[in-house]
Design a protein around this ligand. Structure first.
Ligand code: ADP
Length: 216
């Protein structure tokens, strides 16, 4: 399968699309946000440093991100195709990733930009609730995936929690960072000729358009 790079504002659907592609096409999902959150739980100086950066919604330094990513890409499970979610986030990261992929003999694949309205994104973030046990995602504001019993996972009965950066202030910071640092990647990949746009307001339509691109 073609490797995929997802470019999208916070909560534009990277996680949701990745989950569907893992299920349907056996993709390996690599989220730098997840790699960082895992690393931030380690009770080390580095772990605490990452935790602070995440809580403020600031980007984590390239040094840390590349160290975690390179280690992940050395795993053979990526050879059938993988999705990069949340990376690259800056032009600098995109250029360094070109070098890293050459070094590891990895194909860049396709770049997919997910499009949704600002207000949709804000509601998805501020209302987002997660299950710590099975990873299910709920929302208390959008009317989609509302938990049947408030604060409880429908599937496994576990208490739901909020990510510490899922608040309005951090969302605004993350969105502004996206506009300033990540959106310029669109022109970068457009020039390479492997860029596609997908509307992500509706989950099923998003999947359908993506599969068309992958099967092209
Ligand atoms: P979101 O969809 O809200 O952007 P992510 O899980 O992708 O959530 O990222 C959460 C946080 O992890 C970001 O706000 C940022 O602090 C950090 N992060 C994730 N990926 C990167 C990256 N490629 N470079 C720098 N920081 C990153």
């Amino acid at each position: 399968m073609k490797n995929i790079i997802l470019i999208a504002a916070p909560a534009a659907g990277k996680g949701t699309l990745s989950e569907m592609l893992v299920e349907k096409c056996n993709y390996v999902h690599i989220s730098t946000g997840d790699l960082l959150r895992d690393a931030s739980r380690e009770k080390t100086e580095l772990g605490e440093k990452i935790a602070n950066m995440l809580q403020n919604g600031d980007l984590v330094t390239d040094e840390i991100v590349f160290e975690l990513l390179e280690k992940r890409l050395e795993n053979k499970d990526i050879l059938n195709g993988y999705i990069l979610d949340g990376f690259p986030r800056t032009l600098e990261q995109a250029k360094k990733y070109d070098e890293l992929s050459k070094k590891l003999h990895i194909d860049l694949g396709v770049v997919i930009v997910l499009d949704s309205e600002y207000e949709t994104l804000k509601k998805r973030i501020v209302g987002r609730m997660l299950c710590p046990k099975c990873g299910s995602v709920y929302n208390t504001l959008t009317g989609v995936n509302t938990p049947k019993v408030s604060g409880i996972c429908d599937k496994c009965g576990e208490s739901l929690y909020k990510r510490s950066d899922d608040n309005e202030e951090s969302f605004k910071n993350r969105y502004d960072t996206y506009l300033e640092k990540t959106k310029p990647l669109i022109d970068y990949y457009k020039e390479k000729g492997n860029l596609y746009f997908v509307n992500s307001e509706d989950k099923e339509e998003m999947l359908k358009s993506t599969l068309e691109i992958l099967n092209d």
